[in-house]
Design a protein around this ligand. Sequence first.
Ligand SMILES: Nc1ncnc2c1ncn2[C@@H]1O[C@H](COP(=O)(O)OP(=O)(O)OP(=O)(O)O)[C@@H](O)[C@H]1O
Ligand SMILES: [Mg+2]
Length: 351
Amino acid sequence: MSSLTADSVKLALSTVSDPQSGRDVMSAGMISGVVVREGKVGFVLTIDTAFKDDMARLREQCEAAVTKLPGVVSVTAVMTAQASGKIPPKPEAGYSQPRDRAVWNLTPVENVFKVIAVASGKGGVGKSTTALNLALALAKAGKRVGLLDADIYGPSLPRMLGLSGQPPIVEGKMVPPAAHGVECMSMGFITGEEAAMLRGPMISKTLHQLLRFTRWGQHGKLDLLLVDMPPGTGDIHLSMMQQVPMAGAVIVTTPQEVAVMDARKCMKMFMKLNVPVLGVVENMSYFVEPATGKQIALFGEGGGRKLAQEAGVAFLGEVPIDPFIGQSAEEAHVYDGAYASAYATIAEALL
Ligand SMILES: Nc1ncnc2c1ncn2[C@@H]1O[C@H](COP(=O)(O)OP(=O)(O)OP(=O)(O)O)[C@@H](O)[C@H]1O
Ligand SMILES: [Mg+2]
């Protein structure tokens, strides 16, 4: 007897390639809602509105691939369109997401499912703000989330989360302080905001300790550990990638060309080091004029979206300029800001 299941349908669909992204429709995230009932198969094919003309053929190919499975009585693909930009286009030359990830020799972090880096290249574009608010939004969406402050020289997360003091040690491991359901570990808990004076091998050792001598997942295994990276593409980045199997990286940029240039460099570094880039977040995209509600692009427009497009990765969303963003996070009124919904959207796109 055949064993027609949603999984066998997904497997069949993963042989169909999307002409726009060059990836198969499963890993391009275009298939959802697969149901199988008494040989009848249904699923949703989400297409990008920008390419809707090419998509009728793709639907036929999807249906044909599933029809071939033994035991199939009928196949129905429902097409839905979503705003352009969510489905990554084909990358331009110079970008290539890793296919074969040589990470099997890296030890996973105990009690953590996935480690994701938040990085930017340029300093001060809002990595820490993004990592923090994304973590809060993910926690709000029901995920178990941790935050690792990999900015050993300039830790900022403890202050932003309103946490301080030495973490208690239980059975040889630090218990990460938590706020709003997000567990956090940072050099800041150990040295205060004083920059740590560390070089070369000490960096790698310190990162190792923050990662592995922390008792992550006080309330169950963490779904995600977000890592707030320092600016640049230096020792800490290399060290992180040599130590942990990273599930991916989120790249933060502001709309300005200078920031995009650095973000591009950073993105290519991750790809080269076998870490898939999950998408781009554009921070400080526009300012909403209080009197009129008009959106004003202070730093130019579309830099983040363009970068995502040329690299063939998802554009996860944009965050407006909010003068109170730092303040409210510090005061921990993190859900009040107008930008909270922007992060909810980004978290959803990331998931
Ligand atoms: N959307 C925003 N609107 C207004 N201010 C913002 C926004 N995002 C970040 N900021 C502010 O910009 C400053 C830099 O942000 P943040 O510390 O998150 O950047 P970073 O990239 O982590 O910096 P570094 O490279 O120093 O680690 C902070 O004062 C922060 O409050
Ligand atoms: Mg930072």
